[in-house]
Ligand binder design. Structure first.
Ligand code: ITT
Length: 197
């Protein structure tokens, strides 16, 4: 089975390839370099559908897209769908996380709770559309740590680690992240739907 992955983010491609290899090795995930649609949705689901529909229309193949971000509780769920552009019009990951840390400079534990969210849309040309979501709860560190992953990973401390462990995702291996992340959780919810491709 072949499915198009409609993303221009090479980190997402790498993570999807590794998640799919671990759970659906028979699935052939191909990249997408067609036109990038305007992501003007106000929810993760709307943006994921915009991207997956564009790829399905362009390729004629079943298409997946991930729209994701970090949602901080004391900020009412922001940056949310604006995560990629939080600090301005260029996708500057360092500026984004520095701004977020500044915004939380007066916020102490236990109020630094946040979650990563991954929403995946699957669009089958002339067929069904599905949307699934995965969420990964944790807390924000006060300074970035670690070189792994991308985006906000150096400031996100997942809850699902041994009591007292404070490692950011930047300090996790790719294998650890891809077994536990919001993206892995969303993909797990997608698995039954991929069975009828
Ligand atoms: P595509 O739209 O081409 O897929 P993008 O990076 O612009 O790529 P989004 O619009 O979904 O994708 O923005 C997601 C942003 O959320 C991303 O740029 C990061 O800042 C953040 N993000 C999402 N998943 C993340 C993860 O696993 N680790 C760290 N940050 C993440």
């Amino acid at each position: 089975d072949r499915v198009v992955l409609a993303t221009h983010n090479p980190h997402k491609v790498e993570e999807f390839q590794s998640i799919v290899r671990a759970t659906r090795p028979d699935l052939d995930v191909v990249g997408y370099d067609g036109p990038e649609p305007i992501e003007d949705g106000v929810t993760f689901a709307e943006n994921a559908l915009i991207k997956a529909r564009a790829a399905a229309a362009h390729t004629g193949l079943p298409s997946l897209a991930d729209d994701s971000g970090i949602c901080v509780d004391v900020l009412g769920g922001s940056p949310g769908v604006f995560s990629a552009y939080w600090a301005g019009h260029t996708k500057d990951a360092t500026a984004n996380l520095e701004l977020l840390l500044d915004q939380l400079s007066d916020v102490a534990d236990p109020h630094r709770t946040a979650r990563f969210v991954s929403t995946i849309a699957l669009v089958i040309p002339g067929g069904a559309e599905h949307v699934v979501e995965g969420s990964w709860p944790g807390r924000l560190a006060t300074a970035p740590r670690g070189e792994g992953g991308f985006g906000y990973d150096p400031i996100f401390i997942p809850d699902d680690q041994p009591q007292g462990a404070e490692r950011t995702v930047g300090e996790w291996s790719a294998g650890e992240k891809n077994a536990a992340s919001h993206r892995a959780r969303a993909f797990a919810a997608l698995t039954p739907l991929l069975a009828d491709l």
